[in-house]
Design a protein around this ligand. Structure first.
Ligand code: NAI
Length: 644
């Protein structure tokens, strides 16, 4: 099958790209376009060309199989230039998403029309790149500098209506895209043609504009958005051809950067995560109604995530008051989304209408999957599963959200243990993308595969974990925190450790983030092990908790938070409490701190791999990036340690 076909509607040629699944710009597509311009230029019967795609989307970007490979001719900038220089005007007819090179091809066309639900964007910064085929040069000429800066430095696509307002799209089309595009092309032939994008004037912007844009592009901490901004600025101050050379130089430089390699690694890990090859041919169980037991922090978040994915939810709480509180917790999440402009009032009402809340476990009788998110106490959890075993169908999947408890102990005595599994969401569960999936020896593959499919439906990245204390993520977190405490014991200031990890790219250092989450969680877990007879030595954290310092919620933890403030202040009280355990202060530079903490993570990761707890090093990196704030442009601890 040809990736490019051409047919005629009178004097309009309709060129269709058919390169499933997303019409990526493979070498064959680039060659096809290159050749097609020549063929149609030579055809006197053709006066204009509509470029459209078969399947679910317009060209959605580069061919991922060519990522990181040497470029193959014809290069995309040349293809785009050639379309622009065609003797006949080309009209891009966009549906789905025109992304990256796809949108650059569209910008080479003289006109762009788009279905009303289409999106256009230049997401290259997400891969550590800048657009490489005129995205930073044509976009400001077509849509203005402000729109270009937003589109290119954020990497976030925009809808057709907004793109049209900016001038990036000429018309938004309802209904028959191809027919309307042909009509548009015919009408355009009646008028004087506009200049091609490369010849349009560009508005110069004042210094303050660039300063502001730099500040906001720099927020992410990685270099690609800043380099993209530089390229747009250069394009506003230099002629087109020079700007194109400059853009290409930066593009080629970034292509071989460590940041781009890291982001490619994460991209492929994310793509692979929801559909592991080992689960490919396994039959999924139907999932239409979800039960959630416990409407606290996690249960409410899980319920909201399910509602966002269109799944009806039955919420079980322990008494009438807790039912009301659970419903209020869920309502609070949607109210927050409305306030931030992310959800309409109708959608909010629809989300809440899909929640049934009760104390009556019998309401779970029709649920296909029930997630338990009650207190982290084995007795409470086992009592819940005893009830679930009685009221749920024998083929209903039963999952626990436990953080640290052994799922096997929770499921002990459950009828049909083959449908039991650990499903460890992260807080806030409607936001955080990671789900650790923890099967037991009894769990059947159908249950495992179905839970992977559910995670995908919820927009999450599922990672399978074997059973060990803390699973993959919390086990590495424990080691990371222990190493951070060792640094403090060696005389490094708490604030210096946090500052180093922030400079690396974490939003918060280990101590600040523990203050936010609460020091008592890890403390109680250690106390549990001690109560069970294990020899668990005291940590610095334990000393603080025993002194009542549990973090922000008690006004102090590693730092002080006077009068409800959220800004950490170095604490004399903490210094006093820990003084007997901490060596004389010494300066250690940030690089050393970072390297100590990263290698602690990578070592634990390696142990996790050796024990078969994680299936791959890439899975461990996903856990750290999506569950623990590891900066994605660094690729994850295993990638950095060269273990991928
Ligand atoms: P939470 O204390 O906010 O909520 C627990 C809820 O369970 C309460 O609303 C309580 O009324 C309800 N509950 C207790 N016994 C019940 C019963 N027998 N039947 C029905 N409802 C009952 O606790 P949170 O933070 O939501 O944690 C829940 C689970 O999720 C725990 O296992 C925890 O380890 C785990 N988890 C917590 C995370 C967090 O960051 N908070 C992260 C990941 C997992």
């Amino acid at each position: 099958m040809d990736v490019l076909t051409c047919r005629r509607d009178g004097n309009i040629a309709i060129v269709t790209i058919n390169n499933p699944p997303v019409n990526a710009l493979s070498a064959a597509v680039r060659q096809g376009l290159w050749q097609m311009v020549e063929t149609l230029d030579a055809d006197d019967a053709v006066q204009a060309v509509v470029l459209i795609c078969a399947g679910r989307t317009f060209i959605a970007g580069a061919d991922v199989r060519e990522f990181g490979q040497p470029p193959v001719e014809p290069h995309l900038p040349d293809v785009v230039d050639r379309i622009e220089a065609a003797r006949k005007p080309w009209v891009a007819a966009i549906h789905g998403t025109a992304l990256g090179g796809g949108f650059e091809v569209a910008m080479g066309c003289r006109f762009r029309v788009a279905a009303s639900d289409a999106k256009v964007g230049l997401p290259e910064v997400g891969l550590g790149l800048i657009p490489g085929a005129s995205g930073t040069v044509r976009t400001p000429r077509l849509g203005g500098v402000t729109a270009a800066v937003e589109l290119v430095t954020s990497g976030v696509p925009v809808g057709a209506a907004r793109a049209c307002q900016a001038g990036l799209i000429d018309a938004v089309i309802e209904g028959d895209l191809e027919g309307e595009a042909v009509r548009f092309a015919r009408a355009a032939l009646e008028r004087e043609l506009p200049h091609p994008a490369s010849q349009r004037p560009i508005e110069p912007m004042p210094e303050e504009f660039w300063a502001e844009a730099r500040k906001s592009a720099g927020k992410t901490g990685h270099q690609a958005p800043l380099r993209a901004l530089d390229s747009i600025r250069f394009a506003t101050e230099h002629p087109f051809a020079e700007a194109m050379r400059h853009e290409r130089e930066i593009f080629l430089e970034l292509r071989i950067s460590s940041e781009a390699a890291a982001l490619r690694h994460v991209f492929f890990a994310e793509r692979a995560a929801p559909r592991p090859a080992r689960l490919k041919d396994i039959t999924l169980w139907p999932l239409s109604t979800i039960g959630v037991v416990g409407g606290g922090t996690m249960g409410a978040g899980i319920a909201a995530a399910c509602r966002n994915a269109g799944l009806p939810v039955v919420l079980i709480e322990r008494d009438g008051e807790a039912v009301a509180k659970g419903v209020a917790n869920i309502a609070g999440i949607f109210a927050g989304s409305v306030k931030r402009g992310k959800l309409s009032a109708e959608a909010q009402a629809e989300r809440m209408a899909g929640v049934t809340a009760t104390i009556d476990y019998a309401a779970l009788a029709d649920c296909d999957l029930v997630v338990e998110a009650v207190f982290e106490e084995i007795g409470v959890k086992r009592a819940v599963f005893r009830q679930l075993g009685q009221v749920c169908r024998a083929d209903a999947i039963l999952a626990t959200n436990t953080s640290y408890l052994d799922p096997r102990a929770i499921a002990d005595g459950l009828p049909h243990p083959e449908r039991f599994i650990g499903l460890h969401f992260f807080s806030p569960a409607h936001v955080m993308k990671l789900v650790e999936i923890v099967p037991t020896d009894d769990t059947v593959p159908e249950v495992l595969a179905t839970v992977f499919a559910l995670s995908q439906k919820l927009g999450k990245f599922p990672v399978q974990s074997g059973i060990c204390e803390g699973f993959i993520g919390n086990r590495i977190l424990k080691r990371y925190r222990a190493e951070a405490e060792t640094l403090v014991c060696d005389g490094v200031a708490i604030a210096a450790v946090d500052a180093a990890m922030r400079s690396f790219g974490f939003k918060m250092g280990p101590f600040e983030s523990q203050d936010l989450g609460g020091l008592d969680i890890a403390f109680l877990q250690r106390e549990g092990l001690r109560a069970a007879g294990q020899n668990v030595p005291d940590t610095l954290c334990d000393i603080l908790v025993r002194a009542g310092r549990k973090g922000q919620k008690t006004g102090g933890g590693w730092y002080d938070y006077p009068a409800g403030s959220r800004a950490p202040q170095v604490s004399a009280e903490t210094e006093r409490l820990l003084s007997a355990h901490v060596a004389a202060g010494r300066d250690v530079d940030a690089d050393q701190i970072i390297s100590r903490l990263l290698s602690a993570m990578a070592h634990e990761g390696q142990a996790i791999l050796n024990e078969g707890i994680a299936a791959s090093a890439a899975d461990i990196d996903l856990v750290e990036i999506h569950g623990y704030g590891f900066p994605r442009w660094k690729g994850g601890p295993m990638f950095l340690a060269g273990k991928v």
